[in-house]
Design a protein around this ligand. Structure first.
Ligand SMILES: Cc1cc2nc3c(=O)[nH]c(=O)nc-3n(C[C@H](O)[C@H](O)[C@H](O)COP(=O)(O)OP(=O)(O)OC[C@H]3O[C@@H](n4cnc5c(N)ncnc54)[C@H](O)[C@@H]3O)c2cc1C
Length: 477
């Protein structure tokens, strides 16, 4: 077994990487990253994802160097051609990769596999991203799931697959093929909107393991309650690491189980956390079985939903965190500053956009796609369809979040709003989530002038709620 290529994609790690383990059995193993955003169709990585990818590739490249190997990066407009060129330059006899599950990439991979096998190459694809393949978790009648609870019950009943350590990489090939530096991919922004990203994130496998470690030690206990409090560091922040495959769900599950055995941890915290990892699996299951999920509502009635007209100004206010509704503005500003938003707040801002403002969920999905460091086609499209009420196992349409009540309940001391909307910092808790309800004198004392230092609310929450429910009646009948 002479030379093998490992084609790295969303598995930017050395440990628990089945394709890397298999490729390492060969006399030589050449790790390759091919950059061709056009392969992803309408869903090429957004700006925040590109930032992450840049740093993740740098980290992977450094780890491979340290292990005596090298990451060969090439940019191309034709992935098959590019792989063929590397195969011919290196005399590789085998190619390994770990699967991705986006519809455009599945199609690309199928075409490449077929073509290279016809060329006489041994091509193998494996699973590094999911606890189980989307087609492995089936109902008794062989069909796929549309509801989370039975899906997760079925997946949880399957024996866990233990994660594998990083393989020892074989001796370098006699000559490395040519590659290009990460910088040449042009992934970083031209203007420095990423200045807060650096203090928040550490892309790469070591950063992923450190985030997991911190979470296990400081937030797994109490997760079930704290996960809904955006003002606390109550969640793992593993989502971008998981998206780029810097850590696997198998590693996470094994580490959580180990922690549970070694310390006393309430079962409900562990179950609650693992079930969130389960939602990610469910999102992939849905995307695999409903490949149109990123653009079409799974509930077809929503194709005819009466969206509001003339929403450009409202959309801009929402994107910039200037809606005049504090918890929404806090979330949108958090997203802009650090490329991430707390899950509870994603639901609140999504509800305001799709229900109170009646702007299509696909518009919010596209904004998240560009701004989230964890932008993930499966989880993002499932999340937006869930919020809109048009997806599988979604919140019913008529459950419209009241952002004031949500703020009072989940950010009662206002830590979150005060951090991201500093112009309201001096308001008493009682009025923080609805500054328009504060008496004039209180506003004055807090230095708040509505319509000047902070916007008045973009919509009347009660009227717009009624309008949204009326619009829903339209498509129901
Ligand atoms: C409108 C909307 C859009 C979203 N878009 C994305 C997206 O593009 N990418 C993304 O990874 N998540 C998305 N989510 C899900 C969720 O908000 C994030 O996964 C979560 O906030 C990440 O933070 P964490 O890693 O600290 O989560 P934790 O609470 O620590 O959860 C652990 C892991 O479980 C997974 N997870 C948690 N909640 C969900 C969920 N609701 N759906 C799917 N997986 C989940 C994530 O991989 C996460 O890292 C979206 C949710 C909504 C409501």
């Amino acid at each position: 077994m002479a030379t093998a290529l490992i084609w790295l994609r969303r598995d930017l790690r050395l440990a628990d990487n089945p394709a890397m383990i298999a490729a390492s059995q060969h006399r030589h193993c050449i790790p390759v990253y091919v950059h061709n955003p056009a392969d992803e169709g309408d869903w090429a990585p957004g700006a925040a994802s590109r930032w992450w990818l840049h740093h993740s590739l740098k980290a992977l490249s450094a780890s491979l160097d340290k292990a005596g190997s090298r990451l060969i990066i090439r940019s191309t407009h034709d992935t098959l051609d590019c792989l063929r060129a590397i195969i011919s330059e290196t005399g590789a006899e085998a190619l390994y990769w770990n699967r991705v599950y986006e519809p455009a990439l599945i199609k690309r991979d199928q075409t490449i596999k077929l073509a290279l096998r016809e060329d006489g190459l041994a091509v193998h694809s494996l699973n590094a991203a999911l606890l189980r393949e989307p087609w492995e978790v089936t109902r008794r009648d062989g069909g796929h799931y549309r509801a989370f609870t039975p899906f997760w019950r079925a997946l949880s009943a399957m024996p866990p697959i233990a994660p594998e350590p990083a393989p020892e990489l074989p001796a370098p090939p006699p000559a490395w093929p040519k590659g290009q530096p990460v910088e040449s991919l042009g992934l970083l922004p031209g203007i420095p909107w990423d200045r807060h990203f650096h203090d928040q994130w550490r892309p790469g496998e070591a950063g992923a393991n450190a985030a997991l470690e911190t979470f296990l030690e400081s937030a797994l206990q109490g997760y079930d309650d704290a996960r809904d409090r955006p003002g606390q560091a109550g969640t793992s922040r593993l989502s971008p690491h998981l998206h780029w495959g810097e850590i696997s769900p198998r590693q996470i599950r094994a580490a959580v189980t180990r922690q549970q055995q070694e310390t006393v941890l309430p079962d409900h915290d562990v179950e609650s956390f693992l079930s969130e990892v389960g939602w990610r699996e469910f999102a992939h299951h849905l995307l695999y079985h409903f490949p149109h999920m990123p653009q079409d509502p799974l509930d077809a009635r929503f194709r005819h939903f009466p969206w509001a007209a003339d929403t450009a100004d409202a959309l801009r206010a929402w994107e910039r965190g200037r809606t005049g509704i504090p918890i929404v503005d806090a979330g949108m500003r958090e997203l802009w500053a650090i490329g991430w938003m707390h899950n509870r707040v994603r639901m609140i801002v999504g509800s305001l956009l799709t229900k109170n403002l009646r702007i299509p969920w696909q518009t919010g999905e596209a904004w998240f796609w560009d701004t989230l460091v964890d932008a993930d086609l499966a989880s993002n499209s499932m999340g937006w369809q869930w919020i809109q009420g048009c997806g599988a196992d979604a919140a019913p349409y008529f459950r419209i979040f009241n952002p004031v009540r949500q703020g009072e309940r989940f950010d009662p001391e206002g830590h979150y709003v005060r951090r991201w909307v500093p112009e309201l910092r001096a308001l008493p808790d009682k009025y923080l989530h609805s500054p328009w309800s504060a008496p004039e004198q209180i506003l004055r004392e807090a230095g708040v002038r509505l319509g000047d230092t902070y916007p008045r609310p973009l919509v009347d929450l009660a009227t717009s709620r009624k309008d949204a429910l009326a619009a829903y009646q339209d498509i129901r009948s």
